[in-house]
Ligand binder design. Structure first.
Ligand SMILES: *Cc1c(COP(=O)(O)O)cnc(C)c1O
Length: 483
């Protein structure tokens, strides 16, 4: 295989094309009739001129260079890289969904409104919450919405509060959202079981606490089993409980966050409810709340009067809109199809098999790798490669070595409270054989350290681009680089 694929622009030759619409079948219209002159370009767009064959080959080749869930196992912890049934994509591309305009009159988009309405109800049913907004386009934006809701709640009650508590294992977006919304962060330590330390939490909770953000199950894949106690401590100072729902894959259909005392949560539709992700979006992070907060949700939601669906009025105390129109609608369609096609039992199976797969894989790796907080693993677990580091190979070297075997690397160096962490999440759809192959590879890497540490440190060898200086690659993007 030729490793280097030139940019499509570099393949361009003037006058080449691949697909011509028969001019006899098209009514010639001057765009000037519809579009104001000032919006029209002055010269032709600089588009590559290539044949259809070149285009197909170009993008087919590019698609095989990067790793993706359709290619092989993608055990990226925290991100729930699950298989996304193709039927969801097909349905989202129906003309009735993909070709409508958000400014169309209500009576011409009843089907789309019905989906938004029903999906909101389903998400509320699954989480036990009262109302939800489907506007936020990612979990991180959902966090921001949740914190703005807290702000509104406290300002209406005239509460003087400026602090949010988050665990030391929290995802980086949590503290970022806290700072962005003008709160201060207090970090609570983990106990020796990898859960929130109740003793430390007691020290931190006072009347300045506006709320707490907690990932459930947490980023070590462990259920916060003191959750009722934690919620009570926060509620006792009139704080609010926010659940980071990125790990809902472990609970969906089984446990309702509202019953644990959470007031607000986000749901990453692109994680739990199957939308391809990892390429930078688009995503969707609906926020569901209990009745304490439903009046403050971003406007507007969809109502139903028994006959037709309609846009509800703007509530007086709303925090405002956080996305144009109703969010990333195509993602909502995918989530809706996914949920309906699985049904109640299917959704429960998602969580059950996700937990089973993680526990089986953990068992296969236990002999070679140290897993510090291993008791009560749900859908993911975290290895510490500190033993391997002593023998010369770090977590990042193991991640890079896996690429040569056709696996995506797990998440490394997160969560930060475990040295040399490698975070693995196998998801529910992976077969027993895939898990066994992956474990065999991981174990072989460990066994080869003593003879091959210099070799492993230079991996990967088989990928189109070898090991990069990751900071430099982020700061000085060079899409034409290969080496
Ligand atoms: C993915 C993730 C987020 C952020 O969600 P995005 O949809 O990527 O913005 C927050 N918290 C946890 C634990 C996550 O895994």
């Amino acid at each position: 295989m030729n490793k280097h694929t030139p940019l499509i622009f570099d393949q361009s030759k003037s006058g080449r094309d691949g697909y011509k619409v028969n001019s006899g079948t098209v009514n010639k219209l001057s765009y000037g009739t519809f579009i104001d002159k000032k919006f029209m370009r002055k010269s032709l767009a600089d588009l590559p001129e290539v044949t259809e064959f070149q285009i197909v080959r170009h993008f087919t080749n590019l698609s095989t260079k990067n790793h993706h869930v359709d290619k092989d196992f993608y055990p990226l912890g925290s991100c729930t890289m699950k298989y996304n049934p193709k039927i969801n994509d097909s349905v989202a591309l129906f003309d009735g969904y993909a070709m409508i305009h958000p400014n169309q009159l209500e009576n011409t988009v009843q089907g789309a409104l019905e989906i938004i309405y029903n999906l909101e109800k389903i998400l509320c049913e699954l989480t036990g919450m009262h109302k939800a907004t489907l506007q936020p386009s990612a979990g991180s934006q959902g966090e921001m919405v949740g914190l703005l809701l807290m702000k509104k709640y406290h300002s209406i009650k005239n509460n003087q509060k400026d602090t949010i508590i988050i665990p030391e294992t929290a995802h980086g977006t949590n503290p970022a959202s806290v700072i962005m919304t003008g709160f201060k962060v207090k970090q609570v330590r983990s106990d020796d079981r990898g859960r929130v330390s109740i003793d430390h939490l007691k020290e931190l909770v006072d009347s300045s606490v506006a709320g707490m953000m907690l990932t459930q199950p947490n980023t070590l894949g462990l259920f916060e089993d003191d959750i009722e106690k934690i919620s009570k401590m926060i509620h006792d100072v009139d704080g609010l409980m926010y659940m980071d729902g990125a790990n809902l894959n472990a609970l969906v259909g089984i446990a309702k966050p509202s019953l644990m005392g959470f007031d607000i949560m986000h749901i990453n539709l692109h994680k739990t409810f199957s939308t391809p992700h990892g390429g930078g979006g688009p995503g969707s992070g609906p926020v569901a709340v209990n009745s304490k907060l439903s009046d403050y949700l971003p406007s507007q939601s969809i109502g139903y009067d028994g006959e037709k669906y309609f846009f509800e009025g703007i509530s007086k105390n709303t925090i405002g809109k956080v996305h144009t129109f109703y969010g990333n609608f195509g993602i909502l369609v995918r989530a809706y199809v996914y949920i309906l096609s699985l049904g109640n039992k299917g959704l429960k199976d998602v969580a059950t098999y996700a937990v089973l797969n993680a526990n089986y894989l953990k068992l296969l790796l236990k002999k070679h790798y140290h897993i510090p907080f291993s008791k009560g693993t749900l859908h993911e677990f975290v290895i510490s490669a500190s033993e391997q580091k002593k023998r010369g190979i770090k977590a990042i070297d193991i991640g890079k070595a896996l690429l040569d075997y056709g696996f995506h690397a797990p998440t490394v160096y997160f969560p930060t409270n475990i040295p040399e962490s490698i975070m693995i999440e196998p998801t529910e759809t992976e077969t027993k054989e895939t898990l066994e192959n992956f474990a065999k590879t991981m174990n072989e890497i460990d066994m080869s350290i003593d003879q091959k540490s210099e070799y492993l440190k230079q991996s990967p060898y088989q990928t189109p681009v070898r090991r990069l200086d990751e900071t430099k690659a982020n700061r000085e993007l060079d899409i034409n680089y290969y080496g």
